[in-house]
Write a protein that binds this ligand. Structure first.
Ligand code: GDP
Length: 445
């Protein structure tokens, strides 16, 4: 999978990473090529556009370091953005199948690989998680489909619900539910009927089954080779039925991969598994990190940049530690601490995180220790000149007045800030002697 896209991208980045210096124009040209490559892989236009924009924004704001080239840095940004577009925010791949018997509803169009995937997934749950699984086919229109599931069940050693001629899908779903409860199954899977295209009758039937089964997971099985059509199918099923995830089949073929890249961004639903062949073992969990690595094929560079970034952070921490040990804790350092505090949700956030401190957080706010104060303190530091920030002892009364007034504060507030700085500076010096500072600094990054 992703071979064409992968080839195109590695062409772009091979050129980019070989160059020592990059102009803005170089990056733009490269990203234009990335965009074309994505569109050719059948990624939807808005997704491709957003992707390139996100990379562009991040690439311009990057700190440049000596040990890695700008091109390598761009590769890392593209990698991270690929992971993001594939994974969205959070949500792990595991299926919610606690509370036995847990129903899993399998939906999709005919020929997408639904029956095959039902059996593959049942086998996986049985072998990897030791689950007792019952499978039931609800495809009353095609007796062959029911038999197909039964044959697969026998092949993989998973029970299927006995076929009773003349039953409608809702009745079969109810029977599966009862049977699963009585038989002590952990999971029961309902393989619904598919049609060649989406039609109202199909949707109504699936919705009726959903209402009686109340599934924990509703997985849409779609053919990954169909690109944007797969994404539209997912949107349709999600609107009408509500899906919890997607299985992309035929990813073993030379598909262009666009479905995988657009699915999450367009539908908001994660790809849970990919089908990689007709065999019963050809089902893999979908891992965005690995897939991004496969698409880009530049794992070495990504690792190199990660390592360089970690080194820079460690060096910065080391440098700061040394300065603090000598008592050189300046106003910029204090500002960094205050910024950090705001990032962690202010005083309230920090205290709320500590066990037993929740109540105190409210009191801190009453005592005037809220985010507003922190923000004003930061504003005061920002009003100081470079020299004043490095050495606040330079501040004369007139300057103090101007700085306080400029930030909407009193001189007494500024004096409080300066006192806080002195106390922290002393504390750092003392901690530095005992080696505690090093420990504390480690936690800062
Ligand atoms: P359904 O109509 O959605 O139930 O589709 P089926 O499960 O009957 O699958 C249709 C065809 O696609 C069968 O020949 C399967 O073997 C094949 N198939 C399913 N998944 C995959 C896959 O991941 N890769 C490949 N190459 N073939 C698959």
């Amino acid at each position: 999978m992703f071979e064409n896209l992968s080839e195109r991208l590695s062409g772009v980045f091979d050129r980019l990473t070989k160059q020592g210096a990059l102009s803005e124009e170089d990056v733009k040209t490269a990203l234009r090529e990335v965009r074309v490559a994505l569109l050719e892989a059948d990624v939807s236009l808005p997704v491709a556009r957003d992707f390139v924009k996100a990379v562009q924004d991040k690439a311009t704001g990057q700190a440049v370091t000596k040990s890695i080239t700008p091109g390598q840095q761009v590769v890392k940004i593209v990698h991270d953005e690929l992971v993001h577009v594939l994974a969205g925010d959070g949500e792990a791949g595991a299926l919610r199948i606690d509370n036995p018997p847990a129903p899993i509803l399998m939906v999709g169009l005919q020929g997408g690989g639904k029956t095959t995937t039902t059996a593959k997934l049942a086998k996986r749950l049985k072998e990897r998680e030791g689950k007792r699984v019952l499978m039931a086919s609800l495809d009353v229109n095609r007796p062959a489909a029911m038999e197909q599931l039964q044959i697969l069940g026998t092949q993989i050693g998973v029970d299927t619900l006995p076929i009773v001629k003349g039953e409608d899908p809702v009745t079969i779903a109810k029977r599966a539910k009862t049977q699963a409860a009585l038989g002590g199954y952990d999971v029961y899977m309902l393989d619904t009927a598919g049609r060649l295209s989406i039609d109202e009758e199909l949707m109504a039937q699936v919705a009726a089954v959903r209402d009686v089964a109340n599934p924990r997971e509703t997985l849409l099985v779609v053919d990954g080779l169909t690109g944007q059509d797969a994404v539209h199918t997912a949107e349709n099923f999600d609107d009408r039925i509500g899906i919890t995830g997607v299985v992309l089949t035929r990813m073993d073929g030379d598909g262009r991969g666009g479905a995988a890249l657009s699915m999450r961004a367009v539908t908001g639903k994660p790809i849970r598994f990919v089908g990689l062949g007709e065999k019963m073992d050809a089902l893999e969990t979908f891992e965005p990190d690995r897939v991004a690595g496969r698409i880009l094929g530049m794992g070495d560079i990504v690792a190199l940049v990660e390592k360089a970034q970690a080194t820079i952070e460690a060096e910065q921490a080391e440098k700061m530690t040394k300065r603090f040990q000598k008592g050189r804790f300046n106003m910029n350092d204090l500002k960094m601490q205050l910024d950090q505090m705001l990032k962690m949700g202010g005083m309230e956030g920090i205290m709320g995180m500590m066990p037993g401190m929740g109540k105190l957080a409210g009191q801190a706010k009453e005592a005037g220790f809220d985010d507003r104060v922190i923000k004003r303190q930061i504003a005061m530091i920002q009003s100081m000149t470079k020299k004043e920030r490095a050495n606040p002892d330079l501040l004369q009364a007139s300057r103090k007045k101007r700085i306080a007034a400029g930030s909407g504060m009193e001189v007494s507030d500024l004096n409080k800030l300066l006192k806080m700085h002195r106390q922290m500076s002393d504390m750092m010096k003392k901690m530095g002697k005992g080696g505690m500072l090093k420990q504390a600094m480690k936690g800062m990054f």
